[in-house]
Design a protein. Structure first.
Length: 267
């Protein structure tokens, strides 16, 4: 069996990964979540599929992550094939502001950047470090990071989206972290990949782009890259595309940041 661990598996893309992967009985899927209280759909799916293992942990707490890795290790005899880093969030409330809006607001700027670094960069490093020994003993030896177009310089430059400052910085930073792991661990046969999932129809995306005016703004921005874009793609479509990239990941492509299409086509 191929063993997979997915963070942020309660909903959206993370849940999509668990749903897709667990549909194959040859996969063992570990859904890493923060709390079972909000994991209704995941609980229902796990009740139907015996190859889903729900693991409650805190990706911001290295000690709890070590405990989660130990829990996984008991089931897999000390190994893990693929780790998917999906958990993350755009925080805090200032995420909608452009850089100049922070002029004279030192604490707000520090909070905007630091909270995102904590939630979208440090936490992912903690997860990697907790599970790295299991990955070393796995067969596939892959680590994949669900990044964002927000962390890409050219995407930002062309679309003209100046908001989500801290989130963009954290995603771009984590892309580099993944590349650093790729070059460091190459001799061990471990491969990494950062992927933009595309514009995906998740609850989180709907909360941002559901407003007609905001949706119009984003569509106008995205049309600068692709005039044919009409809206977000289904979770299932994004997940299937990303998993294809992970399954086909070679040593030559390790450490890259690509779109869900495997290139620079964002939509």
């Amino acid at each position: 069996m191929v063993s997979w661990a997915v963070t942020g598996a309660t909903r959206g893309i993370g849940f999509g990964f668990v749903d897709n992967l667990s549909s194959d009985s040859n996969n063992q899927v570990f859904a890493l979540i923060r709390s079972r209280s909000s994991a209704g759909p995941l609980e229902e799916l796990a009740a139907k599929r015996g190859n889903i293992h729900i693991v409650v942990t805190d990706i911001a707490d290295p000690k709890k992550l070590e405990e989660a890795a130990a829990e996984v290790s008991k089931v897999t005899a000390g190994a893990l094939d693929v780790l998917i880093l999906n958990a993350g969030s755009a925080v805090p409330e200032t995420s909608g502001l452009p850089p100049t809006a922070f002029h004279g607001k030192k604490e707000a700027l520090e909070n905007e950047v630091n909270e995102n670094i904590k939630n979208n960069l440090f936490s992912n490093i903690f997860v990697i470090e907790a599970f790295l020994e299991l990955i070393r003993k796995g067969t596939e030896k892959k680590i994949a990071f669900v990044s964002s177009s927000s962390g890409d310089v050219e995407f930002t430059r062309i679309t003209g989206i100046s908001a989500v400052l801290g989130y963009s910085i954290a995603k771009a930073g984590m892309n580099m972290v993944m590349t650093k792991y790729a070059v460091e661990l190459a001799n061990e046969g471990i491969r990494t990949l950062s992927m933009s999932p595309g514009w995906v129809a998740t609850d989180a995306a709907e909360a941002v782009t559901g407003d007609p005016e905001i949706r119009k703004f984003f569509l106008n921005a995205f049309h600068k890259l692709d005039p044919t874009v009409t809206g977000p793609i289904p979770v299932e479509t994004s997940v299937a595309a990303q998993l294809k990239l992970v399954k086909n990941l070679t040593a030559e492509d390790s450490g890259k940041f690509v779109t869900h299409n495997g290139n620079s086509e964002w939509f």
